[in-house]
Design a protein around this ligand. Sequence first.
Ligand code: GDP
Length: 386
Amino acid sequence: MRVFFIGFGQAGGKIVDMFLAHDKKLQNSSFRGIAVNSARTDLLGLHNIDMKDRLLIGQTVVKGHGVGTDNVCGAKITADEIDTIINAIDTRGTHDIDAFIVVAGLGGGTGSGGTPVLCRHLKRIYREPVYALAMIPAPEEGRLYSYNAARSLATLVNEADNTFVFDNSAWKEEGESVKSAYDRLNEELVRRFGVLFRAGEVGQFGVGEMVVDSSEIINTLRGGGISTIGYAISDVITKTKPKKSFFSGFGKKDKEGSSLTGEDKSAKIIGLVRRAMLGRLTLPCDYTTAERALVLVAGPPNELDRKGVEKSKSWVEENIAGIEVRGGDYPVGSNYIAAVVLLSTIGKAPRITELLEQAKETKQDVIKSVDRKSNLFEDAIDPLFE
Ligand code: GDP
């Protein structure tokens, strides 16, 4: 899939920068991207997005210092400067893309406020689908971050064609602070979504046995709402020496036998897909409530197996609410084989329910504290001047 990424805010910019870095390393050109931010220093910290594709907004309001955690301000400056943003996107070129993906952390100000506004305008202007890839904050980041994220997400699901969610709290290790974990989290995120978003592109290793093209990803996401993905990898048996490894240095290696028959290959793929779906999802949720799914297997050509993918699809279909399960594979140069399961239009995700509940409580508390403040000087003596 040829993707146009827009990294909104600090987290969004960093992640798009990383998608482009991976693309470069793999000598691919499926991705292009720009970064939009109200904080100049965040934009300067990027490495793989061209300088001309880094857009500073809100200069007259915040003078390049960022909007802090004020996502209402983030939304306003985005709306005020939407023409400049669209112009930057057009300048970068959109005629050959399959989808837009706006990436942002929803707990802050710029990305949280700007992403729903940008999605609305992109949808109005372009025919291609507009997706959001949203990181939600861990509760330990504080109530304001959760409140921002809940408000932004509730708006976003009505503006984007689908929203992929990555839950920071589900991915950080016990005792690790979210901040120190960011680089690791970003690697995990980009690796998973990279496999999905690269599907359908013909690479140096040819096409798969069962090609997934971008329209199948788009159809899987058609129901809107929120989506999550699962991922698992395994060692391959016959090791090749790939020029650039697709999933290198990642995850635990499975110990396997020394040669695989067709049946073994198929069983291996089914096992991998099961691990992907039953393991940790980008947003942990009740997978049985997913409306649609897509199964993707990527690995060296001699490890791919049509029957394995077919059987995996049937297994996924038995386990989700809907009946639409698409799937396929694509060859890559790697000593690993990877499975990604996209679960689309999720009906139940406890973390999202918790986030929305928390936001409601925060709102009530804010109202109460405003009431308390106004009571303090209610019966005060006349002011010195009016
Ligand atoms: P903005 O620049 O105002 O849009 O705000 P930030 O992007 O700095 O932060 C917004 C939220 O994104 C934070 O509350 C974090 O939850 C999350 N976040 C910030 N940086 C990262 C990052 O590098 N990786 C991930 N996964 N999340 C991040």
